[in-house]
Design a protein around this ligand. Structure first.
Ligand code: PBG
Length: 326
């Protein structure tokens, strides 16, 4: 036998030496939920070990990330007041804007703050845009989203991440930011976002479930891959600096296809339902939580993701520190 693949599996040193996928905590992004109010730190029931923080206590969530070795955060806002148009989203004194200012004041540039740009947490009907009857109107929504992105950038966001899935929003956001001198704010577009059942725990966490219907007229049909390449290319052309494929685990083929096609960094979003499945199965004693977390995270990088957005960011950073992955 000339070739014995087991020769390279003989011990931990040799296995780590010949690994094909390297993982670093510098590639991790931790989502955080900012809830309007004061003195709030409440665990989110659907997402164990994730919390709602009011702007005045958001620093605690950031601190916990930093301690574990995570310095990039994706912020979601939960406003007190919702209305038909989601107007709190672009209020300069809105919940995200307050959170950005508080954290920036405390941590300066040692943290990297990305904001989710969408209307679903802010609209009374829970859809990601303005309604025209029961239709989510594209072009008027895009105008509002550009306002939201600008407002976040002016309040201190380092990067904006539109997750609404309207057509043309990257272009509109880029020109709005540029027109106001925010030329250095990158756009990380949720270019490839499927109408998935795996967002359930998040919608509970963000209070953003649609009040009627579903999101299938704007989020993608999960039977499609060519369409993913189409929208990814379109966003890159429109000026997206990075893009997201979401969800991640059922879409490793899409991560692979998109990342080999585009020349911008690709982030995989390991979504709330994927997090919850591992947590729930581990609670039932069916799988080893730590092992499943490590294995699934590496699979997303192996598929071609450059960046991973995950609710396990802190735990993964610790696993990397310990040398269990990476
Ligand atoms: C907002 C948004 C959602 C998620 C991220 N941004 C929910 C949705 O589209 O319904 C999902 C994140 C997750 O499930 O972890 N549009």
């Amino acid at each position: 036998m000339n070739i014995r693949p087991r020769r390279l599996r003989a011990n931990e040193n040799l296995r780590t030496l010949t690994r094909e996928t390297r993982v670093s905590s510098s590639a991790l992004i931790q989502p955080l939920f900012v809830k309007e109010g004061v003195n709030i730190k409440d665990e989110i029931k659907s997402m164990e070990n994730n919390f709602h923080y009011s702007p005045d206590r958001l620093a605690e969530g950031i601190e916990a990330g930093l301690e574990a070795g995570v310095s990039k955060f994706l912020l979601f806002g939960l406003p007190l007041r919702k209305d038909e148009t989601g107007s709190e989203a672009w209020n300069d004194r809105g919940v995200i804007q307050q959170g950005l200012r508080a954290v920036r004041q405390r941590f300066g540039d040692s943290v990297y703050l990305i904001t989710d740009v969408c209307l679903c947490e802010y609209t009374s009907h829970g859809h990601c845009g303005l309604l025209s009857g029961t239709y989510v109107d594209n072009d008027s929504t895009v105008e509002r989203l550009a306002e939201v992105a600008l407002s976040h950038s002016l309040a201190g966001a380092d990067m904006v991440a539109p997750s609404d899935m309207m057509d043309g929003r990257v272009k509109a956001i880029r020109s709005k930011l540029d027109a106001h001198g925010q030329i250095h704010t990158p756009i990380m577009s949720y270019s490839v976002k499927y109408a998935s059942s795996f967002y359930g725990p998040f919608r509970e966490a963000a209070g953003s479930a649609p009040g009627f219907g579903d999101r299938k007229t704007y989020q993608m049909d999960w039977h499609n891959t060519s369409e993913a390449l189409k929208v990814a290319a379109m966003d890159v052309r429109d000026g997206a600096d990075l893009l997201i494929v979401k969800p991640a685990l059922s879409y490793l083929d899409v991560i692979q296809a998109v990342s080999s096609e585009v020349n911008v960094p690709v982030a995989a979003y390991n979504v709330s339902g994927e997090y919850a499945m591992i947590k729930a199965a581990a609670k039932l004693g069916l799988i080893d939580e730590y092992g499943a977390m490590c294995e699934s995270a590496v699979s997303m990088f192996r598929a071609g993701a450059d960046i991973l957005i995950t609710y396990f960011a802190k735990e993964l950073a610790s696993a990397i520190r310990k040398g269990d992955i990476g």
